[in-house]
Write a protein that binds this ligand. Structure first.
Ligand SMILES: [Ca+2]
Length: 214
């Protein structure tokens, strides 16, 4: 497989890996598919200012803004075993430090699942990092953790383009703007055909009822 890809992609070809927004708790079975897509971006956001805004902060009023992950802000933890589910930590940390803190002391950085939850988090009377960040994701939404560290350890984006995808070229994985044109490689997985449905038709007249003289 590796050799075949190498031959086929000497000029570069898209693979199904791209950067997308993801909640910190997405890999932990905490979110349904619909909940994982909830966003409440402020108007004009995410703007990926200077091409380097890869983490999300909730501003006063509940709107989201993308910001640089290395900036230090307060943050909001979620604690599934506490009566007080949403906990504002006022000590300022960068996004990664905030995630580690929440995972160690509580459950995780908060993942906002819907509008009702967004209002509850907003009621913490503050602002801070939330668990939304850009991460490399497979387009078939598979949970495969296989990545190539050469690009996936680099979360920085290309300036001025919020959509980053991956090409494979002579065995190397490289990040490129999704708007560029390359050949691409499709994957035909296991058949998703469902087994035939056998419809069991009831006789128009129940023979037993006929025998009984009805
Ligand atoms: Ca922004």
């Amino acid at each position: 497989m590796r050799t075949m890809l190498k031959i086929a992609t000497s000029h570069g070809a898209w693979i199904g890996l791209h950067v997308d927004w993801q909640w910190s708790q997405a890999d932990r079975g905490f979110l349904s598919e619909e909940e994982s897509l909830y966003r409440n971006w402020k108007k004009g956001e995410p703007n990926n200012y200077n091409g380097n805004e890869n983490c999300a902060i909730m501003r006063e009023g509940g709107g989201f803004n993308d910001d640089r992950c290395n900036r230090r802000f307060p943050f909001i933890c979620y604690d599934e075993s506490s009566a007080e589910r949403y906990i504002l930590i006022t000590a300022e940390k960068n996004w990664t430090e905030a995630q580690s803190y929440c995972r160690h002391h509580h459950t995780d950085l908060v993942s906002v699942r819907n509008h009702t939850e967004n209002e509850k988090v907003t009621n913490q009377n503050g602002y801070g990092w939330i668990g939304l960040y850009k991460n490399w994701t497979w387009s078939d939404e598979s949970k495969s953790s296989y990545r190539n560290c050469e690009i996936t350890s680099d979360h920085s984006s290309l300036a001025g383009d919020d959509r980053i995808c991956a090409v494979v070229s002579s065995g190397q994985w490289k990040k490129r703007k999704c708007s560029k044109e390359y050949r691409f490689i499709c994957y035909e997985g296991e058949s998703t055909c469902l087994p035939p449905v056998y419809q069991r038709r009831l006789p128009a007249t129940d023979p037993k009822m006929e025998q009984a003289g009805h």
